[in-house]
Design a protein around this ligand. Structure first.
Ligand SMILES: [Zn+2]
Length: 109
């Protein structure tokens, strides 16, 4: 069983990794600095759209990390948010930000 400290360390590392990628894209990780209007500039739209998609995915990843950290705080970490079942250890280790057990996650796809 991974301890809370181990999970916290994994999440912290993931947070750093995602934040660095955002910084690399010129983004500070705050959702309100996301400039929706930028995409209106015609010539850069295609390229900008790609960057926006990556930034959006990274911001989602950041949300997932913060969400998992909040669950650690409240002691609900490791249980599925749909059915309440304990999420398999291997799944937590592979994806510490997982919100659902493998059964519920596969139902959503
Ligand atoms: Zn479930």
């Amino acid at each position: 069983m991974a301890t809370a400290e181990e999970v916290q360390r994994m999440l912290a590392a993931e947070r750093v990794r995602v934040t660095e990628q955002l910084a690399h894209l010129g983004h500070d990780g705050a959702r309100d600095t996301f400039d929706e209007n930028f995409a209106d500039i015609g010539q850069v739209t295609a390229e900008r759209g790609e960057v926006d998609a990556i930034v959006a995915a990274l911001l989602d990843a950041l949300d997932d990390v913060d969400h998992a950290l909040a669950k650690l705080d409240t002691g609900t970490f490791g249980s599925c948010e749909d059915c309440g079942t304990a999420i398999a250890e291997a799944r937590i280790e592979a994806m510490p930000t997982a919100r659902h057990c493998i059964q519920c996650a596969s139902k959503k796809r």
